[in-house]
Write a protein that binds this ligand. Structure first.
Ligand code: IPM
Ligand code: MN
Length: 370
C-alpha cells in the first residue's frame, strides 16, 4: 500500500478555505498523535485560480497534484459566473479539467444516515433505518466529455462510453460490493440509450466473475424514486457520469445535511478527496459552514491509504460529536458551534480522547467554546 508523504491542498472558493482549515487542524492532530510526517502543498483551483492565473486549473496546480500522493479539495464556484452564459472560462471547468488530466475516473459518495440526524431529513424517519450505501459514479467519460456542438439552430452533447471505461470503474464498484453487503445496482436508461445497453452488456459479463455479489439493474427514473421510497435496499450503486451526478445529489437529502457528505475520486495514479457540497458563496467568511464533510473526506483518504487506526479515530470522534451536539447549525438546533470551533473541538478530541470533554482540557484549550 502506498504511504502518504505529500498532500496537495486546494482550498478553492467560497467556504472552501474555511472547511479546509478545519480538515487541516484534524490532519495535524492525527499527525501529532500517530507520529506522521505529512507535507502540505497549497495550490489554487476554481475562481481564485482564474483571478490569479487566468485558468481555473493552472499548470502550477496540475504539477502540485501530480507530485502529491493525495489531493484534498475544498470547493469551487463563484456566483459572478453563474448568470453570464458568455463567460469563456468558468470555475467548474477547473474541476472537469482536473478529473480528466489526473485520470480520476471513479467518484465514490457514501450515503450513510446517522440516527441522530435522521429527523433533519425531509424523508420520513422510518424509511431511513439502515440506510448505508455507496454511489459509484463514472467521472471522466459520458456526456460530460463527449463531443459538444453549438450550431445556429441546434446544440448537442455526445454520450459515448467504451467498454474499457465501463470496466475499470465497474471493477472498483464490484470490489467494494464484495467487501460490503454484496449487492451492486447498475443505474441506467437501457430501455432508450445505446450507451446504457453497453453498460448492461459489460456488467452482465462481469457479474459472472463476482458470483458472491448480487447484480441488479434499475432504470434511472425508477432509481430516482427508489432512492426516496426505499433507500435501505441499496449497497453499491453504479452509474454513468450524468446519472451519478443527479442520483448523488438526490441521495444527499437522506442524510439530513449536505454538510456531512464526503467523497473520493480515484484513478490509477491519483486520488482526490473533497466534500460533496459546493462553495456556498452566501456563507463565505461567516465561519458558519459545516466542516464535517471535508473532515470525513480526510477520513476516506486515510482509510484508502491504509491508515486504519487514524481513520477510525476520526470516525469515532465524529460519532461522539453527533451524540454530544457538537456541530454546526445546519445539523439542527442543538448544534450551535462555528466552523472553526468544530475544527478545534475535533482536534482536541482526537488528541486527548473523549475524556477531554469531561476534564478541563477542552475548556482550557477552547475557553471560548463550551
Ligand atoms: C459535482 C458537481 C460538478 C459535476 C460540477 C460543479 C461540474 O456538480 O461534483 O457533482 O457536475 O460533476
Ligand atoms: Mn453534482
Amino acid at each position: 500500500m502506498k504511504t502518504i508523504n505529500n498532500i496537495a491542498v486546494l482550498p478553492g472558493d467560497g467556504i472552501g478555505p474555511e472547511v479546509i482549515n478545519q480538515a487541516i487542524k484534524v490532519l495535524n492532530s492525527i499527525k501529532q498523535k500517530y507520529g506522521h510526517q505529512w507535507n502540505y502543498s497549497y495550490a489554487d483551483i476554481g475562481s481564485i485560480a482564474i483571478d490569479n492565473y487566468g485558468d481555473p486549473f493552472p499548470e502550477e496546480t496540475l504539477q502540485i497534484c501530480r507530485n502529491a500522493d493525495a489531493i484534498l479539495l475544498g470547493a469551487i464556484g463563484d456566483p459572478k459566473y453563474d448568470n453570464d452564459p458568455s463567460a469563456k472560462v468558468r470555475p467548474e471547468q477547473g474541476l472537469l479539467k482536473m478529473r480528466k488530466k489526473l485520470g480520476l475516473f471513479s467518484n465514490i459518495r457514501p450515503i450513510r444516515v446517522h440516527q441522530k440526524m435522521a429527523h433533519m431529513s425531509p424523508i420520513k424517519e422510518e424509511r431511513l433505518q439502515n440506510v448505508d450505501f455507496v454511489i459509484f459514479r463514472e467521472l471522466t467519460g459520458g456526456i460530460y466529455f463527449g463531443k459538444k456542438k453549438k450550431a445556429k439552430k441546434y446544440a448537442s452533447d455526445l454520450c459515448k462510453y467504451s467498454k474499457k471505461e465501463i470496466k475499470r470503474v465497474a471493477k472498483l464498484a464490484y470490489e467494494m460490493a464484495k467487501a460490503r453487503k454484496g449487492r451492486l445496482t447498475l443505474v441506467d436508461k437501457a430501455n432508450v440509450l445505446e450507451s446504457s445497453r453497453l453498460w448492461r452488456e459489460v456488467i452482465r459479463k462481469m457479474s459472472i466473475k463476482y458470483p458472491e455479489v448480487k447484480t441488479e439493474f434499475l432504470f434511472v427514473d425508477n432509481a430516482a424514486m427508489q432512492v426516496i421510497i426505499n433507500p435501505a435496499q441499496f449497497d453499491v450503486v453504479l452509474c454513468s457520469n450524468l446519472f451519478g451526478d443527479i442520483i448523488s445529489d438526490e441521495a444527499s437529502v437522506l442524510v439530513g445535511s449536505l454538510g456531512l457528505l464526503p467523497s473520493a475520486s480515484r484513478g490509477k495514479k491519483h486520488a482526490l478527496y473533497e466534500p460533496v457540497h459546493g462553495s456556498y458563496p452566501q456563507a463565505t467568511g461567516q465561519d458558519t459552514a459545516n466542516p464535517f464533510a471535508t473532515i470525513l473526506s480526510v477520513e476516506m483518504m486515510l482509510r484508502d491509504f491504509g491508515y486504519t487506526a487514524e481513520a477510525d479515530n476520526i470516525e469515532h470522534t465524529f460519532n461522539f460529536c453527533l451524540e454530544q451536539g457538537i456541530g454546526t447549525i445546519d445539523m439542527g438546533k442543538q448544534f450551535d458551534l462555528s466552523c472553526s470551533q468544530v475544527g478545534d473541538v475535533m482536534s482536541v478530541l482526537i488528541e486527548e480522547g473523549e475524556n477531554a470533554l469531561r476534564t478541563n482540557k477542552l475548556h482550557e484549550r477552547l475557553s471560548t467554546i463550551i
